[in-house]
Design a protein around this ligand. Structure first.
Ligand code: GLY
Ligand code: MN
Ligand code: MN
Length: 424
């Protein structure tokens, strides 16, 4: 509200319930911006901020209590609960919004709103504004400007508070436990979905969900960046790549490990794994205040390219190969992204055309990878090896804190963990 200033209003609709099929709905997930400001997890709600309003600055419109409906669909906070438990100054029944909100809007000059995210609500808001305009000959005031609320909010969300960091640490802890469970349960002949089940078991026994669709790919499937089919058997001698993260209180972890299905890396697998690990370490060393957003990626690209030349998958001068982007055939994504309430979190990567400087409180992933296709001009021993190592990293005052450090990345430690199942 301080950023918005006087004579302004911010309006945020909750996420709608989404249909999956006929009478079945998708599990409800609140809109991240709405949850960030309210902590309120019900659909059919609208949060309104009016800085300086004498009658109350934070209004929450939500569903009224309705014992008959609640018998079917579950409990509701109700407008009274919005005030008592969620810090609203005033709680109103959502059905009253058409009567109450236009009048409050009419007293403001600036409307902060995220346009385009919810087309149905966009239309309602425009309807209220048009109604006010139609009455303007009768002296009704209408706001002068519409401002993108997401600009302010997403910059705030980029810097995590102590409470947010503690939620992210909890998501990280559960995710680490889930990876440990899956790696040590892994054995040849299992299906990818059985490994996925180990993750989900650990998540649900901790009361959390997946932050995104789990990616569990054995062998060639590990080379498909967003492979989510997860229905193939895991073969003896292959690697398996698992990119799985928990969401705790709307905060995500995003973690990938790659390990040998049978508990032992082949020489070729270990050679490539070692390259990705060197890139991962070099990138993490760049995460500290004052680094540019791109410094970790540049460090990873250097290690990846050097390694590919060393094993003969690329030929030529490292500097020139980097300048020509030759590594992209095998490492085609970036080394990370912001992480927070959204897995690919909000926040600009560039400011005024320059890479952003890292500052304490920012959280990002570090996730270099190598994905080698079964191409004719590539020696067979490298075919279908897909490797990614992904950790979640908080920028601190003095450097960084790897939130997922408790999960091994060292190839020997992974072998020991994976071997626990087979007794090798
Ligand atoms: N899990 C998606 C990503 O790593 O970006
Ligand atoms: Mn990621
Ligand atoms: Mn990931």
């Amino acid at each position: 509200m301080q950023m918005m200033g006087k004579d302004s209003i911010a309006i945020l609709p909750a996420a709608p319930v989404r249909k999956r099929n006929r009478d079945v709905e998708y599990a409800y997930r609140q809109d991240s911006d709405f949850h960030y400001l309210t902590g309120f997890n019900e659909p059919e709600s609208v949060a309104v901020l009016v800085p300086g309003r004498a009658d109350g600055e934070f209004l929450l419109f939500c569903r009224d209590s309705d014992p008959a409906r609640e018998q079917w669909d579950g409990r509701r906070a109700s407008p009274d609960g919005a005030v008592a438990d969620f810090g609203a100054d005033e709680g109103y029944e959502i059905g009253a919004i058409d009567d109450l909100l236009p009048d409050i809007i009419s007293q403001c000059d600036s409307v902060y709103y995220t346009m385009g995210a919810q087309p149905d609500f966009d239309a309602r808001l425009l309807g209220w504004i048009n109604e006010l305009r139609a009455q303007s000959s009768g002296g009704q005031h209408t706001p002068d400007e519409f401002i993108a609320l997401d600009h302010l909010l997403h910059d705030l969300r980029l810097y995590k508070s102590r409470a947010e960091i503690s939620a992210m640490k909890k998501a990280a802890r559960i995710t680490v436990a889930a990876h440990r469970r899956a790696i040590s349960a892994c054995r040849p002949g299992m299906h990818e979905y059985e490994l996925e089940a180990e993750y989900l078991h650990e998540f649900r026994r901790n009361g959390v969900e997946s932050a995104y669709q789990p990616i569990v790919g054995g062998g060639a499937n590990g080379c498909i960046l967003h492979y989510v089919t997860n229905d193939q058997p895991l073969e003896d001698g292959d690697l398996v790549l698992a990119d799985v993260g928990a969401e705790y209180d709307c905060y995500a972890a995003d973690v990938t490990r790659t390990w040998p299905v049978n508990g032992r890396f082949t020489e070729a697998q270990r050679a490539l794994y070692t390259i990705v690990l060197a890139a991962h370490d070099a990138a993490i060393r760049q995460v500290r205040p004052g680094s540019h957003w791109n410094d970790p990626h540049d460090a990873a690209v250097r290690e990846i390219t050097k390694g590919l030349v060393r094993v003969g998958l690329l030929k030529g001068d490292v500097k020139k190969l980097i300048a020509d982007g030759k590594y992209r055939r095998f490492f085609m994504h970036r080394t990370g992204h912001w992480l927070g309430m959204d897995v690919h979190d909000v926040g600009d990567y560039k400011v005024a055309d320059h890479w952003r400087l890292l500052e304490p409180g920012m959280v990002m992933t570090i996730e270099p990878g190598l994905y080698i296709p079964a191409a004719r001009n590539i020696p067979r021993k490298w075919h279908n090896i897909g490797i990614r190592i992904e950790d979640d990293v908080l920028v601190t005052k003095t450097g960084c804190d790897v939130l997922t450090r408790a999960l091994p990345v060292d190839p020997d430690a992974l072998e020991a963990l994976a071997g626990a199942a087979t007794g090798t």
